[in-house]
Design a protein around this ligand. Structure first.
Ligand SMILES: Nc1ncnc2c1ncn2[C@@H]1O[C@H](COP(=O)(O)OP(=O)(O)OP(=O)(O)O)[C@@H](O)[C@H]1O
Length: 286
């Protein structure tokens, strides 16, 4: 019996096989399933430019992980390497324990992806897009299920509209829905709330938190320290392709609050943004 969730995705089961496995393993005290993502010593190089310079981190199951960094720091290149859109120079990428460089199709089947500028066929209606991408992912959606899903992401009045007729916020909401239509283990979101109004931004935060509540893991990039603090369990700050620090937002404040570079830019009590600016510098990036 299909079930619907608050955000309207009608699922044929509450949890995908990956998530059921994870829950079972935890209930029986057996060794935990592999992390959702493991990145080991990743290098991405474009010609003479080293975009990702030996980054390593891990994302646990049921975790929202934020990748923070100034423009050009290497965030998108890291995501692109995980998604198989660029070929790393070296390093290891394990998605749910599956080596994404050696078994890319198996790794990709576990991923949901929203690119920085996710776009769909301009002339297709929302309903057609949902059916098309559902079909590509092997998810069968009835007319009623699509209608109910659109209602809960606030697009039920727009179902007949073409993609090009949607506002930026509506396009982002649809993109996140499509990225998770197949119930992936790990969702990669490149600046998912950039350019959204506060209402839409919070709607997307709720959706992201809901995915975590279902056992999913999320890797997102953002330039908003408020967003990182509000939704991320842990964050990594990167710059010039290298990882500078990693931890929960409050850990990072505690760890760096006495750093002179951070104190110099702080106004009153130290914030995550002060840590970010202190570690990455104040100059504007090209
Ligand atoms: N296809 C490419 N060819 C050459 N250089 C590239 C390419 N893509 C990215 N770069 C360079 O690699 C570096 C990292 O870029 P990347 O897009 O990963 O940064 P980012 O942290 O996502 O930046 P932003 O916050 O501006 O999106 C930058 O110096 C960028 O100019």
């Amino acid at each position: 019996m299909p079930q619907s969730d608050e955000y309207g995705k009608h699922r044929h089961s509450a949890f995908s096989p990956h998530r059921r496995y994870w829950l079972l393993m935890n209930e029986s005290n057996e060794p935990a399933a592999p992390p959702a993502l493991r990145v080991d010593d990743l290098f991405v190089i474009y010609g003479q430019r080293t975009a990702v310079d030996g980054i390593s981190f891990q994302i646990d199951r049921g975790e929202i992980f934020g990748l923070l960094g100034p423009n050009g720091a290497g965030k998108t290149s890291t995501l692109n390497a995980i998604e198989g859109l660029v070929k790393p120079k070296s390093g290891r990428l394990l998605v749910d324990g599956v080596d994404a460089r050696q078994r890319p199709l198996e790794a990709k089947a576990r991923l949901g992806v929203q690119l920085q500028s996710s776009s769909f066929q301009a002339e297709l209606s929302i309903g057609q897009i949902a059916r098309l991408y559902g079909g590509l992912y092997g998810v069968r959606l009835s007319h009623e299920e699509i209608g109910a899903s659109m209602r809960t992401i606030g697009l039920d009045q727009e179902v007949g509209k073409r993609f090009k007729q949607l506002s930026g916020g509506q396009q982002k909401r649809l993109a996140l829905y499509i990225a998770t239509i197949h119930d992936p283990l790990l969702v990669l979101l490149d600046e998912p709330t950039a350019g959204l109004d506060p209402q839409s931004r919070r709607g997307l935060w709720r959706r992201i938190e809901q995915l975590r509540g279902e056992g999913g893991s999320i890797l997102l990039t953002t330039h908003s320290m408020e967003e990182a603090q509000a939704v991320c369990d842990r964050v990594a700050i990167i710059d010039h392709g290298a990882l500078l620090t990693l931890g929960t937002p409050s850990d990072l404040i505690a760890k760096h609050k006495d750093d002179p570079r951070v104190l110099e830019v702080a106004h009153g009590s130290v914030t995550l943004e002060d840590v970010f600016i202190g570690l990455t510098g104040s100059e504007i990036r090209a």
